[in-house]
Design a protein around this ligand. Sequence first.
Ligand code: F0G
Length: 466
Amino acid sequence: MSRSIPEPWRIKMVEPIRMTTKAQRKSALIEAGLNPFILKSEDVFIDLLTDSGTGAMSDRQWANMFLGDEAYAGSKSYYLLSQTVEQLFDFQYTIPVHQGRGAEQILFPLLVELAKEKGASEPVFLSNHHFDTTKAHVEIAGAKAKNLICASSLQTEIVDDWKGNFDLNKLSNEIKHNCKNIVAIIITITCNSVGGQPISMGNIHSAARMARDSGIPVIIDAARFAENAYFIKQRDSQFSHESISKIVKEMFSEADIFTMSAKKDGMVNIGGLCCFRNNESLFRQAQTRCVPMEGFITYGGLAGRDMAAMAIGLQEALNEDHLRSRIAQVEYLGHKLQQSGIPIQTPVGGHAVFVDARKILPDIKPENFPAQVLCNALYLESGVRAVEIGSLMMGRDPMTGQQEPSLFEFMRLTIPRRTYTDNHMNYVADSLIDVVKKADMLKPLEFEYEPKILRQFTARFREIER
Ligand code: F0G
């Protein structure tokens, strides 16, 4: 008999969460304009909105926070962080930032400027898939963001180990025909937007080599780097005997720069990194932008204690017992849903189960937001908060005002690290199974208030008849 995998930690401190009645949830949801983003967290029982900054820190992290050096310049904690980065990733130059998008905002304009100096007239970034703030920062920097994700990721029922992979033919074509406009390639590990799906080592090597051979910088968007390394160890026999730390080094050996939201695998509640392997000149320029935007170069918008916690979190992220239990928990929830016939992105991703709302609510049109409808129904049923990753998040084309077509209509059940137990997962699964049984009673949504940009965060909705 196969044994279950117990969590490699015990609980030392608990935070009570509050179960509400259906009537309370109904009134909270109405007050929130039928938008779970606007709910107060105390009205949420199990919060699966995001895995970003919502995980639990370890006792070692908390202990090290007391040792944080709060000096404005030259903080000891900065040097600890930068040494850790060098040890784990072989990157010489570290800039701390307040979170992942902080790295994007200081880095991308510099790269666009460099590309323009070399003759780019229509600058473009290529990625397996840009995360939405990444795309936003590419656009703010005056460039376009193009996604070159492999075809298998678009069909949720197809099982493919590497749904985060680049379509290498498309990448090679872009490089062949549009080389001078390409600012950089961004390898997002794991690929959040298509379901927390990993990218294979082979694909990382090939994509990076293609770029390098044409003088194009390679960036890793490293938010979930450790989970990607774990999938490589599990799924690629060439790496089954390698340590996670070695796999991480090999992945990062292909990058010139990495940006990281440390709120995910970095295991902290706030923080990020913008790091350079050996390009000192670019590092210096990024530091110059860091000062007015994030803060002085040795704190980047963070307290010394935040940097201390991050240095420990990055090391803990590589712990294989942690990764095994983490990925197993997400898989556990995914498999429970699958066993009840609920369609999800397969195989289950690293940080979340992505439920295919298009299949559950086939007659609700994208512009009536089937995944948002499902999120609301799940909240009403159970107090569980999930998030829409679909047409609502995609938004409108700024030129035409038309709804941008979305590759998916996902409801993401995002699992914070070291926070909930499998009993919580059982409750989430049972609740969603009950909701899906009543799917034909759910009503489409339309806007009562639609903000011009980033509308998913503050929009308000009303229900309409089918
Ligand atoms: N890159 C990826 C792949 C991400 O998933 C995120 C954030 C970022 C960059 C930006 O980092 O939030 O620290 O500024 N993802 C969160 C999520 C918000 O819910 O998936 P940030």
